[in-house]
Design a protein around this ligand. Sequence first.
Ligand SMILES: Nc1ncnc2c1ncn2[C@@H]1O[C@H](COP(=O)(O)OP(=O)(O)O)[C@@H](O)[C@H]1O
Ligand SMILES: [Mg+2]
Length: 205
Amino acid sequence: MPQQSPETRKALRQRLRRARRQLSFSEQRHAALGLTRQLRHTGLWQGARHIAFYQAVDGEIVTLPALRLAWQQGKACYLPVLHPIKDDHMVFVRIWPGSRLAYNRWGIPEPKAALKHSVSPRRLDLVLLPLVGFDEAGNRIGMGKGFYDRTFAFRRGKCRRPALTGLGHECQKVAEGIAPSAWDVPLDALATPRRYKSIKNRKAL
Ligand SMILES: Nc1ncnc2c1ncn2[C@@H]1O[C@H](COP(=O)(O)OP(=O)(O)O)[C@@H](O)[C@H]1O
Ligand SMILES: [Mg+2]
């Protein structure tokens, strides 16, 4: 696949973000419920005890119904928080029903809880990542800051955990494919409100 220039990637990002922001409240609600139905019967979900969610912004698919299900099932749930020292990395803070959130410097709500509740990314079983764009091979475009790529760079080696599952709306699919950059961390699975796809041909799996 030809390299996508940074400009192409930027234009693609803008188009995909606009598409997901245009979804109505009711479409978003149905999408979140559909997504939960897709996730709940998968081996990765059922086997996971420690799951990282995200707080949806900018039309991202909402994870709240999945989060409630995980709590009901007794799973430990986490949200990403910007790393206090390591620039552009994240740590994961455990959240419970009613945990208080506060906006971080990117306008994304994150738990106010003390970092003593945080765990290293390596301790998670399953990470649900927000997508801006995806393709069928498990390549991902994010918001363009590379936070997940940096935090999970260790997954490019032999390490198999945590499993990385990208969540998106169908309108975020890039039919022509996404040319990954050297630092991009590929997905192990994809979930949309309509389907779940395990990506098996990854080197590390
Ligand atoms: N492991 C890493 N180490 C250093 N820089 C990184 C790493 N991963 C990503 N980056 C930087 O983050 C920036 C954004 O990455 P990109 O993949 O375009 O964003 P996103 O994954 O959010 O779509 C890139 O300029 C890249 O150089
Ligand atoms: Mg990337």
